[in-house]
Design a binder for this molecule. Structure first.
Ligand SMILES: [Zn+2]
Length: 203
């Protein structure tokens, strides 16, 4: 890398900041950019420059949506089952649930799990917003689909306790632990996720 021109080294540094992308892959990506046209480069950089001004959060579930839209593709869909709510950690987890093609209700994107080791408490994720949401909306079932990690487990228990104390949800379930221990929803294959959803149980 030391023998590459500064312009490429700069790009490599950007790419290598991505999760799961090592220096080698970053170098390959940067070099393959060189094979693209100047027009591609300009469109690429324009898209990145516009990213934060073109993307927003759904006002209802906090999934990503277009800047000017109030609701995401799930919340705006009138055919979704409005009486069940699935709590997921991230937009990626929501997409994984959607891909499993089993769940037809609404979501709430928590924005992470409680992890004291990483300095993430209930205030750092959307626990309060979830409570507000459940104070305004009544569901027949609230389903937890958080990672089967220690943090995911304790977040499920923490929020379930809160909801029970406030009598905010009468029927709280979690997806089955068919998902291998320690794994995240987004890395779970569709069939496993389908089975986990079908086999959900009371928290
Ligand atoms: Zn939404």
């Amino acid at each position: 890398m030391d023998n590459l021109p500064k312009g490429i080294v700069n790009i490599i540094e950007f790419f290598s900041k991505f999760q799961g992308i090592g220096k080698k892959t970053a170098t390959r990506m940067a070099l393959s950019l060189l094979n693209k046209t100047p027009e591609y480069h300009s469109n690429f950089s324009k898209s990145i420059a516009n990213l934060s001004s073109s993307v927003s959060e759904c006002t209802q579930c906090f999934h990503l949506c277009d800047k000017n839209a109030e609701l995401c593709f799930v919340c705006i869909n009138e055919f979704r089952q409005k009486n069940i709510l699935c709590i997921v950690e991230s937009a990626l987890d929501l997409l994984a649930m959607e891909k499993s093609n089993t769940y037809k209700g609404l979501y709430f994107v928590l924005g992470g799990v409680i992890s004291p080791m990483d300095g993430i408490g209930p205030e750092e994720i959307r626990v309060k917003k979830l409570i507000n949401h459940l104070e305004k909306n009544i569901y027949d079932e609230v389903i937890f689909a958080l990672s089967s990690t220690m943090e995911g487990e304790s977040t499920t228990v923490y929020i379930t306790d809160l909801l029970t104390k406030k009598s905010l949800a009468k029927n709280i379930t979690r997806i089955a632990r068919g998902i291998s221990l320690g794994s995240s929803i987004q890395y779970t294959d569709e069939n496993t996720l389908q089975r986990a959803y079908m086999g959900r149980s009371k928290v």
